[in-house]
Design a protein around this ligand. Structure first.
Ligand SMILES: NC(=O)c1ccc[n+]([C@@H]2O[C@H](COP(=O)([O-])OP(=O)(O)OC[C@H]3O[C@@H](n4cnc5c(N)ncnc54)[C@H](OP(=O)(O)O)[C@@H]3O)[C@@H](O)[C@H]2O)c1
Length: 300
């Protein structure tokens, strides 16, 4: 029993960039025995000062641990580490918790590679900053075989006490994290576009900040309403139709144009709204835009 407890409290971390270092630090703080490796060895120094065991080679991390978290820049970097150090021979009976960001192809090819090497894997996507790991603000989306996820659960809880299990389809974390980031990034781009418009008009940035806090109050509730309308297939009922938004957007476009600002973003918004109208959704809710973005639609 003592040996079992001891083996469960061990973890290896390969990749000590901002995120990998945060992962190693969070595991150390939770009482884990943490073995670490990074291509540039200097990144291990602050973690060794906290009690981590620096390994000269990544195969030493695999030898010492049943659970190894990998978090490097991309899958190409990980496969380079694998190739340079012959790791495919060392993966049997190891659970790789892959937290490197990747595409659908990266993830599926990696799943095949791990299976052929006799290893096990969980694939995760991080939706938080390193400083949020281990707190209620952490967010990690994970998929994998149920027995692997159950086995990795104590470790995942250390990193995110409320980690999200997306089931067995290993591609789901990559897809969901990109879908969420698409919404966040588009909103940030729009926010900065508004900043540029205000700056051209001489409206103080602090006024923009204060007013956007008020204007953004509707955003969480409205996002939920849009998603529920799509989920329930009821985009025909609305307080503000796509036609209404087209009218609102014409004034946004006109103001942005009159001030001489770059119209690249507003032209893209205009195109999406126009496509929805052409598809017959003018009187529908903004949620009907989901059909404009759907796969296999004829594009104008
Ligand atoms: N930082 C965040 O806030 C955040 C949030 C969500 C998701 N993520 C994801 O977490 C992953 C790591 O991000 P990060 O912020 O930690 O990146 P980072 O600070 O830039 O670190 C990159 C890591 O990858 C290693 N690396 C890059 N190319 C390599 C190669 N060819 N061979 C071996 N090692 C290589 C680097 O090693 P060296 O030190 O030797 O260069 C370093 O350990 C990424 O997939 C990122 O999308 C990060």
């Amino acid at each position: 029993m003592g040996a079992e407890v001891e083996s469960k409290k061990r973890v290896g971390v390969i990749g000590l960039g901002a995120m990998g270092s945060g992962i190693a630090r969070t595991c150390l703080e939770a009482g884990y025995r943490v073995s670490i490796w990074n291509r540039s060895s200097d990144k291990a120094t602050p973690l060794v000062a906290l009690g981590a065991i620096a390994c000269d080679k990544p195969d030493e991390v695999l030898e010492a641990n049943r659970h190894v978290v990998v978090c490097v820049a991309d899958y190409a970097a990980w496969m380079q580490i694998v190739g340079n150090h012959g790791l495919e021979e060392r993966l049997a009976d190891t659970s790789i918790i892959q937290l490197t960001g990747g595409s659908i192809d990266d993830v599926t090819e990696h799943e095949t590679f791990i299976a052929e090497s006799g290893g096990r894997m969980a694939d995760g996507a991080l939706m938080c900053f390193p400083s949020q790991l281990g707190t209620s603000e952490a967010s990690i989306l994970v998929a994998g075989a149920p027995d692997v996820l159950e086995d990795c659960d104590p470790l995942l809880r250390v990193l995110d006490p409320d980690w999200t299990n997306l089931g067995e389809d290993i591609t789901k974390p990559a897809v969901l994290s990109r879908a969420l980031t698409a919404g966040i990034l588009s909103s940030f781009v729009g926010y900065v576009n508004g900043l540029a418009i205000c700056r051209e008009a001489g409206i103080p940035i602090d006024v923009y900040i204060n007013q956007s806090v008020k204007a953004d109050a509707i955003v969480p509730g409205e996002k939920r309403r849009l998603a529920e309308a799509v989920r329930d297939g009821r985009t025909e009922h609305t307080e503000a139709s796509i036609d209404t938004w087209v009218g609102a957007h014409q004034t946004i476009h006109a103001v942005a144009e009159a001030l001489g600002t770059n119209l690249v973003l507003q032209d893209a918004v205009k195109s999406a709204l126009q496509e929805a109208r052409q598809m017959g959704y003018g009187e529908h809710d903004l949620a009907a835009l989901v059909e404009v973005f759907a796969a296999n639609q004829p594009r104008s």
